[in-house]
Ligand binder design. Structure first.
Ligand SMILES: Nc1ncnc2c1ncn2[C@@H]1O[C@H](COP(=O)(O)OP(=O)(O)O)[C@@H](O)[C@H]1O
Ligand SMILES: [Mg+2]
Length: 283
C-alpha cells in the first residue's frame, strides 16, 4: 500500500484539475482594489496569479482602481478632493490628475509587474480604441464623471485572441472625445458583460459581503436588492454589488467579491473546492 503524508502538493494540484478543465478558454474579468494595489508583496503575488491564470488558458482582463493614489497626488498638487455621496467630484484639474495617475502610473506599474512573470500584459485606458464610451453622469453633478454607454468588446476580444492580457484604466470618452472619470467597479462590470465573461471577480479589503456583521458566502440577486434597500450593503460595496447584478443580467455566470489581503486570494477562490469570499448569482 502506498503511504503518503496527509497534505501534499500533488493534492492541491489535483484539486485544481477540474477547474482548469472547466475554465480553459473562458474569460475572467478581475477588478484590482484595496491592498493588492498598495502592498508590495500582494502586488507581486496578484501579478503572478493573473499570469498563471493566463498561462493555463483562461482569458484574463484586469480593471484597476486608484482612488487612494489619486487623492495623494491631488494633495501633492494642492488640489482639493471633494466627495459627494462617496463619489469623487471631478473638476477639470482633478480629471487631469485622474488620467495622469491611473494611466501614467498605476496602469503601467501593473503591466510591468505582470510582464516580469511573462504574462504579456498590455495597458490600455477607456480612451484607447474608444474602449469605454460614456455620457456625463446626470443623477447629480459630479463634474467629469461618466456613466458607461458602450464598450468596444471586439478590441478587448482581439487582444485576448492574440494572447495578450489587457489591463484597463477606468476612464472613458464621450461622443465629443471629452475624457471622464469612471468608477472602476462599474467599468469592470460593464466590460465583463460586454465581452461575455464567465466570471467577474472584485478584489477588495474585506472578507466579502457582510450582513449584520456576519460574512456570507452566497447571495442571490433578490437578496442583494433587499440588503441595498435596507442599507445593510452600503458605501463602497454598492457599486460592486450593483454592477454585479448588471453583469449577471448581461450573461456573466458568477460574480465573486474576495479579500485581496489574503495571499494568492485569486487562486484560492478559483482553484479550490471551498473557495473564499462572497459569490453572487442570479438565482
Ligand atoms: N454589507 C457590507 N459588507 C461588506 N462591506 C461593506 C458592506 N457595506 C459597506 N461595505 C464597505 O465597502 C467597502 C469596500 O468598498 P471600497 O472601500 O470602495 O473598496 P475598493 O477599494 O475595493 O473599491 C468595505 O471595506 C466596507 O467598508
Ligand atoms: Mg471602491
Amino acid at each position: 500500500m502506498i503511504t503518503k503524508a496527509k497534505f501534499q502538493k500533488e493534492d492541491v494540484l489535483i484539486e485544481a484539475l477540474p477547474y482548469i478543465q472547466q475554465f480553459e478558454h473562458k474569460t475572467f474579468v478581475i477588478k484590482y482594489g484595496g491592498a493588492v494595489m498598495q502592498d508590495e508583496e500582494l502586488k507581486a503575488m496578484v501579478a503572478q496569479d493573473v499570469t498563471l491564470l493566463r498561462k493555463i488558458g483562461i482569458n484574463v482582463v484586469v480593471v484597476h482602481g486608484g482612488g487612494k493614489e489619486i487623492t495623494s497626488f491631488s494633495d501633492k498638487l494642492n488640489i482639493k478632493t471633494k466627495f459627494i455621496n462617496g463619489q469623487r467630484y471631478t473638476d477639470e484639474e482633478t480629471r487631469d490628475v485622474v488620467q495622469m495617475v491611473l494611466v501614467g502610473l498605476i496602469n503601467k506599474d501593473i503591466v510591468r509587474r505582470i510582464n516580469i512573470n511573462g504574462g504579456r500584459a498590455v495597458g490600455v485606458s477607456g480612451i484607447d480604441a474608444e474602449l469605454v464610451k460614456v455620457r456625463k453622469y446626470d443623477n447629480e453633478d459630479l463634474g467629469f464623471v461618466g456613466e458607461v454607454t458602450d464598450v468596444n468588446s471586439s478590441f478587448v476580444k482581439n487582444l485576448l485572441k492574440d494572447g495578450y492580457l489587457p489591463v484597463i484604466a477606468p476612464i472613458g470618452v464621450d461622443e465629443n472625445g471629452t475624457v471622464y472619470n469612471v468608477n472602476a467597479d462599474i467599468a469592470a462590470g460593464s466590460i465583463a458583460g460586454a465581452i461575455d465573461a464567465l466570471k467577474l471577480v472584485y478584489m477588495t479589503d474585506i472578507e466579502g459581503v457582510k450582513i449584520n456583521g456576519e460574512f456570507v458566502s452566497h447571495l442571490t440577486q433578490t437578496e442583494v436588492e433587499n440588503y441595498i434597500k435596507r442599507g445593510i450593503i452600503n458605501g463602497g460595496m454598492i457599486p460592486k454589488v450593483k454592477s454585479a447584478l448588471d453583469a449577471l443580467e448581461s450573461g456573466v455566470q458568477k460574480v465573486h467579491i474576495i479579500d485581496g489581503r489574503i495571499p494568492h486570494a485569486l487562486l484560492l477562490e478559483i482553484f479550490t473546492n471551498d473557495g473564499i469570499g462572497t459569490e453572487i448569482v442570479s438565482k
